[in-house]
Ligand binder design. Sequence first.
Ligand code: AMP
Ligand code: MG
Length: 336
Amino acid sequence: MNKVIIGVESTAHTFSFGLVTLCGIPRKSHSALYRPEEGGIHPREAADHHSELSSQLIDKLMKTEKIDRSQIEAIAYSQGPGLGPCLRIGANVSRALAEHWQVPLIGVNHCVAHIEIGRNQTGCKDPVLLYVSGGNTQVIARAGDRYQVLGETLDIGIGNMLDKFARTQGLAFPGGPKIEKLAKEWHELNPAADVEEIPLPYSVQGMDLNFSGLLNAALQRINEGHELGAVCWSLQEHAFSACIEVAERALAHTGKRELLLGGGVACNERIREMTQVMCGQRGSIGVWPEKQYCIDNGTMIAELGRRMLESNSITKYNDSLVNPSLRTDHTLVEWD
Ligand code: AMP
Ligand code: MG
């Protein structure tokens, strides 16, 4: 009978339970998405949503995967970074389950989990990760026993910027996929379009990025009468090119040859295409996991838990508090 690690994800909108077997075979997560009735995420309401659904989700996972408690080796949960109230629900549920099942508890770093599920899924060995999600935008690479942040957004996450723009146009959360569709449809009708016709700021500063100025300028283009599809297209072109430029610089500086995409925005076909073009031009390879493992999911938390368990890195109850501002480079990487 296969032994498994359970993973619990609750950093923001998504509450998710997943698992991997001890030899690292991932299984589909069972997730619920908090969708605010209006406005952006309300951390307390998201936490209530998560808490109401926890027993239902874990039941679903256990039944679908036909596992019983004797198979469970450990339970891993997102310890940070994320929204405090949401993180605390995941941590409380995980502490209770660890106690109930009498298995070790493993607090994991959410950003590092995106790298480890990407490595697991794509077979890449030592990638630069372009992590593009709702709340985070970072370029990360391993240096010694840490994953270091080489560049990042100085204001909001790229997904957050897309969601905010979408919301002003009456498009419900998550806005990223809707912007992608509108951009694609518009570009199919206007294949010769030039981004200069819908100018937006291009905001790369060294290895860092920012997206607020881009958001405001896109709203201005709408107010000036540009078509929504055209602005969505230009917004994607500008935002993704900026990310790809920083990722390319990271490849050049580190000498690494694999670029891994992760985070919900990595579901986007256009950023994948840009990745492929840039990597092709410099003799590197661009890879990404399937969509269910790009967005936040419990399986990736289980996978990092598995790597940490292999190196005996388990979390004592007294050290199990969540840390909303946990940094990527805080986590000691003791596995290959
Ligand atoms: P995450 O925070 O990693 O769970 O990812 C959620 C974010 O990814 C949200 O901001 C979504 O709008 C964004 N997202 C999901 N799918 C896409 C897509 N196809 N294109 C752009 N953004 C996306
Ligand atoms: Mg994430």
